[in-house]
Write a protein that binds this ligand. Sequence first.
Ligand SMILES: Nc1ncnc2c1ncn2[C@@H]1O[C@H](COP(=O)(O)OP(=O)(O)O)[C@@H](O)[C@H]1O
Ligand SMILES: [Mg+2]
Length: 592
Amino acid sequence: MKEKLAFIVSRIRAGRLREMWMQTRWIYQYVRKYWAVMIFYTLLGMVSTVVSLFSSLVSRDLVDIITGHQAGKVVQTFCVMIGLGIGNTFLAKVSDYASSYLGMKVDAEIKSDIFAKILVTDWESLTNYHTGDLLTRWGSDASNISGGVLSFVPNMVIFLFRFISAFAMVIYYDPSFAIFAFLGMPVSLILSKTLMNRMVNNNKKSAAMSARMSGFNQETFSNIQTIKAFDLIRLYVERLKSYQKEYIGMRLSFQRMSMGTSLLLSSVGMLVSYAAYGWGIYRVWSGAISYGTMTMFLGLSGTLTGTLHNLTSLIPSAISLTTSAGRLMDIVEMPREDYSHDDEVSAFFEKYRDQGIGLRVLEMDYTYMTGTQVFSHASIEAYPHEIVALVGPSGEGKTTMIRIILSLMQTQGGQAVVCGGKGGDGWKDVLPLTPSTRKLFSYVPQGNTMFSGTIAENMRNVKQDATDEEIIEALKLACAWEFVEKLPDGIDSEIKERGGGFSEGQSQRLSIARAILRKSPLLLLDEATSALDVATERKVLRNIMQDDYPRTCIVTTHRPTVLEACTRVYAIRDKRCVVLNNEEIDEMVRGF
Ligand SMILES: Nc1ncnc2c1ncn2[C@@H]1O[C@H](COP(=O)(O)OP(=O)(O)O)[C@@H](O)[C@H]1O
Ligand SMILES: [Mg+2]
């Protein structure tokens, strides 16, 4: 017996229940803060239970008075009964309010927490998830949890209390009725492991499917231009329909299963009620109880089967809740970025602000999680007042190098540092690249990365206290002022989603202006001038270096047109970075 018990406990620990327990604990960490409301809600539920039990006693008295079995005042008893009914309605409303209060608070709490956590999650790990999937988890799963958080533990307490107190009352007035409370039990227990497993699997599948659909929709809406251009409208509409069909099919099969289960449960409930009814009639006939007591028992047996039903229906709700928690935990438990060097980096910045800060990558190795090796023993350096170019055909690793410099990804070997304090014998001070060192960089990414909002808002995103004059100055340096100036609203002109409303070359110049405005010691330009004509490209680069700020600038390009302006040119060859000499550069420019 003892062994068997230990076996069961070990199964619980290792298996799904243990998983559910962890997920439940995870959920309740968000609710902990609202324990007072939760207790209030639970107490309300209990009080309302007591009130209804009391009303069933009063109703018994009423029947007994009417049938002459007991002496008493009909009108008064009737009024008490109505009063109790109104009281319970009131309690139900208050508890509704408490429940929506808690739901909303917990919803906001979970969402803001997960939002912040997603933003500090290691970038490379995060790219394994589709944005649509992330949105579904952050949105629907979090709402699912906040909506169900009360219907789990507090409701379980309330239902158990209701069941036990109704049961105690039955035992007190006529123990022979108690048996009916248990008649329904075996069937409820049929909702055992197999059913639970099916529910868990179904929940996971349906969540994964809605994530896929939301990803599909999001991608469709943001690529409408491509879809129209390739005449894919019918294809995409059909694709959506087939996703929907699959989803509906799955939901319906689950619905049928739960329908079967609840049909079984309510048939049993009905059988139990009729059995109790029969037994009650027999007891009245044999004179053991009064009519009033019989009606009371019938009411109580309804409460008991109903509560049992409520308790069993907590299982699917718990399952859906914990499945959602599991899906959020997947995201939250990915590796976090380490921002612990923030203060050190700020001090470093202050110390070398006037002389500038350089960058050195030595013997660096990098392989993506997918297994693509991009760098092996690669070295590159860049110092204040230099423009260093990284050239090479597409797919060689230029963007990868920029991501490494920005600590978006962890290298597997070598050294990568920022350096300051150049003296007679080299650099006095170095600081390893970490997420904290990002504050030393300005970055102009490949592709369009403006946010929706006005030009000025976009600029102030990176420097909150920038004046209009500063913004205009940065726009001038980036050769963007020449078209912004002509816009009717100037720097207050709206940029649509992903730079909409501007040409690619214009967006690139806005993006460069944003980086210039931030005025960081290191500037990274990733193919940032690819959409500009050669003359503008040269002018922008010259402007960037002409102001006397001690900037270190690294540009990547697949076009050799700007190489003459650069201090040093690296090419990626055999997973390393090699410095090109003048002949090689000339050859590249000629061959372009
Ligand atoms: N997120 C990623 N996951 C896996 N491999 C990647 C990822 N991004 C780029 N790569 C691979 O790394 C190589 C270099 O890519 P990238 O640095 O973007 O090239 P470039 O910027 O020089 O055109 C490519 O072969 C590409 O397939
Ligand atoms: Mg690139």
